[in-house]
Structure formats: C-alpha cells, structure tokens
Design a protein around this ligand. Sequence first.
Ligand code: NI
Length: 171
Amino acid sequence: MVYPIVKLGNPVLEREADDVTEFDTPALQMFIEDMFESMYAAKGVGLAATQIGVSQKIAVIDVSNGEKPEEKLVLINPTIVKVEGRQTGEEGCLSIPGFREQVRRGKRVTIRAQNIKGEEFEMTGEDLLARAFQHETDHLYGRLYFTHISTLKREVMRRKIKKLQREGDWE
Ligand code: NI
C-alpha cells in the first residue's frame, strides 16, 4: 500500500517519534514493505515513518533507487554514533516538495540501529548514504533538513510555504 506523504506543517514531522518496542511481527513486516513502496512511488532515496504520519522510529533507505535490492536498508530506533569529515551538497525532502538547499553534513557516518527482528547493528556509510543516515535519523527526532541552514533562509522557505498553503497548493 502506498501512503500519502505528509508535508511540512503537520506536527508529526516536528516532534520526536516513539521508540519501536515490538519486533518480528507480521504488522511490522507489512508496514516496512509499505514504507518501501511509498518511498519508491514518491521517488525518494529515504523515508521516515513520520513522513507517512506514523510517529515510530522507523526509516527505510535505498540510495540505488530500487536498482539494487541488496541496498535496501531498514533502520529501527537509529542513532548516529560517529561523524567524520564534511560534505556540502544539495538536499531536499519529500515532505517539503519543490525546495532544495545546500546542507552541510558529515561525509562518513556510523549509525547504530535495530533490524526488523530487533537485533542491533552498526553500519558506516559515505557520501549520499551518510547524508541519508543523517537526514532520516533527524526526521525521527522531529528535525527537518532546514534546521541545518541559516535562520534567514529557513524563514524565507517557511514564508513561501505559508503562501502556498494559503493558496491551497500545499496539502
Ligand atoms: Ni526528508
């Protein structure tokens, strides 16, 4: 099932999601399949559960855009444990469509997370994967990428979005 993507303005995006405490259930398996389906339908490389209105610490990532099944990643209750180096690049978010900004992130990032069975693992990613780890983990703590740009730029974005909302172009 493809879920609609929740947009900026919905409070679920700006609060910390709940920890996942039940693992290895058919409901969780189904939900994660739906998250991948929703992410591919929206042409994203990552999706957090909060973006489909579910306040649970679950994210899916596939930086291969569905080209390589082995690159499908499920992160449950993820935390960033190490950040090395810096990269600056353009970043967008399915919940803030039509906007992109230069965002500074770590170049090499290690996360600790649980898999669908609840087993803990650590993984290190570089470049786009490192960016996705940070972007999706941020989502699960209620932080959107524009918290990493200047206040001025963020206010400009918020004003433009408010205008779109008034005009009914932001559902
Ligand atoms: Ni996002």
